[in-house]
Ligand binder design. Structure first.
Ligand code: 5GP
Ligand code: MN
Length: 450
């Protein structure tokens, strides 16, 4: 804040390679705020910002390293401060990377991806929906909400809207909506932004997407994974321009039994991969392990210096690894939410159980991640015969858990929750045993889950 108070600062703003709505929106909003407070700024990109985002204020003045490398190098060498927006590492800055690293300027990351590189200033929060959301918080803290003009509001809303898939994913925090309310008050023209980002298609983009969905989309026979390889020749045939494939990778997820979608595009330089998933399927781990990439749980990317066909083969080959590694049994993925875990308690008194059951259910729900109403505790009533005396039970509960296999860390935690809650109910000792359900042995209403 103090540094930004010095009017003579020279700043450079950089989005990530293949800028999307969040990267371009945050660059636009920040540059416009700096403009208002009289700080010099330049937006530099290693490639080109797609046509459909050029309506954003100041974005058309972005300088591309591909067009003007010397100017980019000079601006970086002269800068006092470099803002890295919507990315967590200089490696996402393409050919600018070397010149950014060589620059004496301080660097500021404003981002929402995990594991940001250490920099002079890191403002990073993986809980926010988008960099634009975080940037709004930062700028309103530094300059006050009044700094937000209708153009800035539109730019921030572009990032929030596109990074959340139109406010569907990563948008479960009330704060996101409060910020949108602030933006509306600041003069946001929501209809205009929607029109610019979703209704400016050209016919060739529509036909390119149509062709991919009709002729290229493959759904794996064993795993709920859709793959779409796209060749250079196809891009040329449909007159591809940057941004034309935006959003395509999400479409296969609309099929009910597809959980992961992978788009593999033969770009001029190298093959680019985009991963999307629904539910608790960490595609960023897959991208990181095999495709020089990373990203978020449900949206990740990577790249490979191999021919398209080999990348496609590698994706197919590593599908079983990915599912096995993460215990992502397809049946579990698709059915876990339907099949509840069963908890059977032996030698536990109902009155003592009642005192801790709500807390136990809350904690188990959090650990297992199934719907709250699926957690039910069953108390097994039994009589114990010891020698010739009949007793009501003992003071050492035994708990059986029947569920679909979860990763060991989840299982350990379930056992711990049960132990601690029984302890709170007055049982010093208890045992827990887990049994795994298998889809081939499980029948729901007479139908086998497999
Ligand atoms: P997209 O598929 O839209 O290009 O990327 C989706 C997300 O994946 C991005 O927001 C970014 O977080 C991440 N991502 C894409 N490509 C790469 C990459 O090459 N490396 C890393 N670390 N993350 C990527
Ligand atoms: Mn983002």
């Amino acid at each position: 804040k103090e540094r930004l108070g010095q009017g003579t600062l020279k700043t450079v703003i950089i989005p990530h390679i293949s800028a999307d709505g969040d990267a371009a929106g945050s660059c636009s909003a920040l540059s416009e705020v700096l403009q208002q407070v009289g700080i010099e700024w330049h937006i530099l990109t290693c490639d080109f910002i797609p046509e459909y985002l050029r309506f954003l204020k100041n974005i058309s003045s972005a300088i591309s390293f591909q067009e003007k490398p010397e100017e980019c190098k000079r601006l970086l060498a002269d800068a006092d401060l470099i803002f890295m927006l919507d990315h967590n590492t200089v490696a996402r800055e393409g050919d600018l990377e070397n010149w950014v690293v060589a620059s004496p300027a301080g660097r500021v990351i404003i981002d929402h991806h995990p594991d940001p590189d250490p920099q002079q200033y890191v403002i990073s929060d993986t809980q926010v929906s988008s960099t634009c959301e975080l940037l709004y918080i930062v700028m309103s803290q530094i300059w006050g909400k009044e700094i937000v003009t209708p153009d800035i509001a539109g730019a921030l809303y572009t990032g929030i809207n596109t990074d959340t898939g139109g406010l569907s994913h990563n948008s479960s925090h009330p704060q996101t909506y409060r910020i949108i309310a602030d933006l509306l008050e600041a003069g946001l023209d929501k209809a205009y932004i929607h029109e610019r980002i979703y209704q400016m298609n050209n016919l060739s983009r529509l036909r390119l997407i149509g062709n991919v969905l009709l002729n290229k989309l493959e759904v794996n026979e064993q795993y709920p994974v859709a793959i779409m390889p796209i060749t250079r020749e196809e891009l040329d045939r449909y007159n591809y321009k940057d941004g034309d494939l935006e959003g395509l990778v999400n479409i296969p997820l609309s099929v009910h039994n597809v959980c992961v979608s992978v788009q593999i595009t033969e770009r001029r330089e190298r093959v680019k991969l985009s991963f999307r998933s629904k539910g608790n399927v960490p595609v960023n781990e897959w991208a990181k392990a095999f495709f020089n990439g990373g990203g978020h749980l449900n949206a990740a990317g990577g790249q490979m210096d191999l021919p398209l066909a080999e990348v496609v083969r590698k994706v197919k080959e590593t599908i079983p690894w990915f599912f096995k590694q993460r215990y992502l049994n397809i049946h579990i993925l698709l059915k876990t939410f339907i099949v509840m875990p069963f908890f059977k308690f032996h030698f536990v008194e109902a009155s003592r159980m009642a005192g801790v059951s709500r807390r136990m259910a809350d904690r188990l729900q959090e650990t297992i991640g199934c719907p709250r109403e699926h957690i039910v505790f069953e108390l097994i009533h039994s009589s114990v015969v010891e020698d010739v005396t009949i007793k009501s039970g003992n003071d050492w509960p035994y708990v059986e858990v029947d569920y679909f296999e979860r990763p060991p860390e989840v299982q350990h935690e379930v056992a711990k929750v049960i132990y601690e809650c029984l302890m709170a109910a007055g049982y010093q000792n208890s045992d827990v045993y887990f049994r795994y359900l298998t889809p081939e042995n499980y029948y729901e209403n007479g139908a086998c889950l497999k």
